[in-house]
Design a binder for this molecule. Structure first.
Ligand code: SIN
Length: 353
């Protein structure tokens, strides 16, 4: 029995020694032993998603929701790291960073894509999509598909279109009710030939500048005003540094959700499916939530700020639309006749004033 116990002890000592030696060999080779959780993390795909707006906006919330759904669907194997407020890149920088592959995902305002394909300008034409339904129909149908497809030549994979809502006008020199009320004013716009001409046609000077520069320029009165959605006016507190807000619903602001094409093609089929499904769910949610959010934040501005709010009547809207009508012809060639006529048909089926 003693002899047997001796053999067992020797075997156990040998086993212990080999485990110890193995562990230290791995350490010296720089390979730490790991459990399954550790293995999962080392195989995690991390996707940086950069955008320029606040978190409590339609885009900010959609980005977070998308990140959460991807995390759930992939059991943590795909991590979407959302960086809001231009924390990584400003508007122009994020487009360049995406093409270089320094960031994998962005969701710029569609207006900012017109330098890549002039087709995108169709969404900037004033009063082109007069109702919420017309926006959804344009984005979810053939028009949206054509626009997303136009990004392929630029090493960008267009994955989805999100909405924010209708643009309104704010100024420090209001009230702005008639087109002539904007005469001589200097306004911030997103860089866009259509938007520049839009304000030129009513006698104002519009300058394309970064979104996150806007508050400072309005506060210092270097600019008189700007156009934006209620959600951006609310979340960036433009209402604090402007005296008048005109509810004109004259333009559309929405987003193209884009991934670096090389990065996208390197993902496995399963990874692509997870991302596409999470995006489809998020897009459906965004397309109702964004309008509700703009409505709620308009009430908050109304209740909590001293800005004067002017709601354009249908007759006043018709006056603005008449002044801007020449733009449709001016940009027909750049946008393309076919796309423009599809859009005009959609507009005519959805007229509301
Ligand atoms: C955004 O909503 O992403 C920014 C819009 C702007 O530049 O005005």
């Amino acid at each position: 029995m003693k002899a047997f116990m001796g053999i067992v002890l020797i075997l156990l000592a040998g086993l212990g020694a080999s485990v110890w030696i193995g562990f230290h060999t791995k350490l010296s080779e720089g390979k730490l032993p790991y459990d399954d959780d550790q293995k999962g993390i080392s195989e995690q795909v991390v996707i940086k998603f950069s955008h320029v707006v606040a978190e409590n906006t339609p885009k900010g919330l959609a980005a977070q929701r998308f990140a959460q759904r991807v995390n759930e669907k992939s059991a943590g194997k795909i991590k979407i790291e959302v960086i809001p407020n231009g924390g990584l890149y400003s508007d122009q920088e994020e487009l360049e960073a995406l093409q270089r592959g320094d960031v994998q995902m962005i969701a710029p305002a569609t207006t900012k894509l017109s330098s890549f394909s002039s087709k995108w300008q169709v969404l900037d034409l004033p009063y082109m999509m007069p109702t919420r339904d017309s926006i959804i129909e344009a984005l979810n149908g053939e028009i949206g598909e054509t626009l997303l497809g136009s990004l392929e030549e630029r090493n960008m994979k267009g994955l989805a279109l999100w909405t924010n809502g209708f643009k309104q006008i704010t100024t420090n020199d209001g009230p702005i009710v008639q087109p002539s009320d904007l005469k001589g004013q200097r306004l911030r716009i997103m860089p866009s030939p259509v938007l520049e001409r839009q304000f030129e046609l009513v006698g104002a000077k519009a300058i394309g500048l970064d979104f996150n520069e806007t508050y400072r320029l309005l506060e210092s009165r270097e600019l008189n005003g700007e156009e934006n959605t209620i959600s951006n006016i609310y979340s960036k507190k433009f209402f604090d540094v402007q005296s008048d807000l005109t509810i004109s619903n004259h333009g559309f602001l929405g987003y193209a959700v884009i991934m670096n094409e090389d990065f996208w093609t390197k993902l496995t089929n399963d990874q692509q499916t997870i991302i596409s499904e999470a995006l489809d769910e998020t897009t459906r949610w965004n397309q109702t939530q964004s309008f509700e959010m703009n409505d709620e934040q308009l009430s908050l501005i109304e209740d909590n700020s001293s800005i004067d709010i002017h709601y354009l009547t249908n007759e006043e809207k018709r006056e603005w639309a008449k002044r801007w009508q020449p733009l449709y012809r001016e940009f027909e060639e750049e946008i393309g006749k076919e796309l423009l006529s599809k859009m005009i048909k959609l507009r005519n089926n959805n007229k509301d004033f």
